[in-house]
Design a protein around this ligand. Structure first.
Ligand code: URA
Length: 241
């Protein structure tokens, strides 16, 4: 059960004060009846709410997939830079969503955005070992020795031994390489630091998979879409047990 004014305010119908006025003026109906009490408790999943004659489409959570562009930070607020939330339509911003984990400012690709705190927590927790797959360009030749080292667990600059990671070489020469890397952690700058540990530099980084979901190639950088119910179910599946 939730308060009527809280429900409507969370859905973007204005501040609690605005809602109070709407209710007082008789613009709000619950299950067909005008209500005058803005503090009324109800279950929004079970009751029909109308504002100004229009039915309110209730939902608690939103789940978005963004193809993150570069030069935008994975945060809800930043003093200097544009954030991924700044790229969203206000219809979504009213749900107060946040990015699931972080991609660096210069990293592009798949970023999930939601206001489902519990799912977010599980997806980023090392406990669930959710696969994240990155495509990267590397400044030097990547070889089988690197593949072995990544498989054993690379020790990065702060002495931390990363979990075994799957390195797949797409192409490799002295001029540089293209690779795909699957990791199950999300340490700060992890992919870049893993390559630094083998004396190489990541020059381009794009996340192409997060758990069961692949980047929607129909999304241009900076574009996003809602996940389908099936996609949300798939995310819940990987953190169930
Ligand atoms: N690893 C990195 O180094 N950067 C990212 O943005 C994601 C993973």
């Amino acid at each position: 059960m939730e308060r009527l004014d809280k429900i409507l305010s969370n859905l973007g119908y204005g501040s609690r004060k605005d809602i109070k006025t709407l209710v007082k003026k008789g613009f709000v109906k619950i299950d067909g009846e005008v209500v005058k009490d803005n503090s009324l408790q109800l279950d929004p999943e079970k009751s029909t709410i109308e504002v100004n004659g229009e039915e309110v489409f209730y939902r608690k959570y939103i789940y978005l997939m963004m193809n993150k562009p570069k030069d935008v930070v994975s945060a809800t607020f930043d003093k200097y830079d544009e954030t991924v939330i700044d790229l969203l339509d206000t219809d979504y911003v009213v749900f107060e969503p946040f990015p699931v984990g972080r991609l660096d400012k210069d990293t592009v690709g798949l970023l999930l955005i939601t206001n489902d705190g519990e799912l977010n927590h599980k997806l980023i927790s090392p406990k669930w070992k959710v696969d994240k797959v990155y495509y990267a360009k590397i400044d030097k030749e990547v070889d089988e020795k690197d593949v072995e080292k990544f498989k054993k667990g690379i020790v990065i600059d702060d002495g931390y031994r990363c979990l075994p990671a799957k390195l797949n070489i797409i192409s490799s020469s002295e001029e540089g390489s293209e690779i795909e890397l699957t990791i199950q952690e999300g340490k700060f700058h992890q992919v870049k630091r893993m390559f630094e540990a083998v004396d190489k530099k990541v020059t381009y980084l794009r996340r192409i998979k997060f758990g069961p979901l692949s980047i929607d190639e129909g999304l241009e950088e900076g574009e996003y879409r809602e996940l389908s119910e099936e996609e949300v179910d798939l995310l819940y599946e990987v953190v169930k047990k």
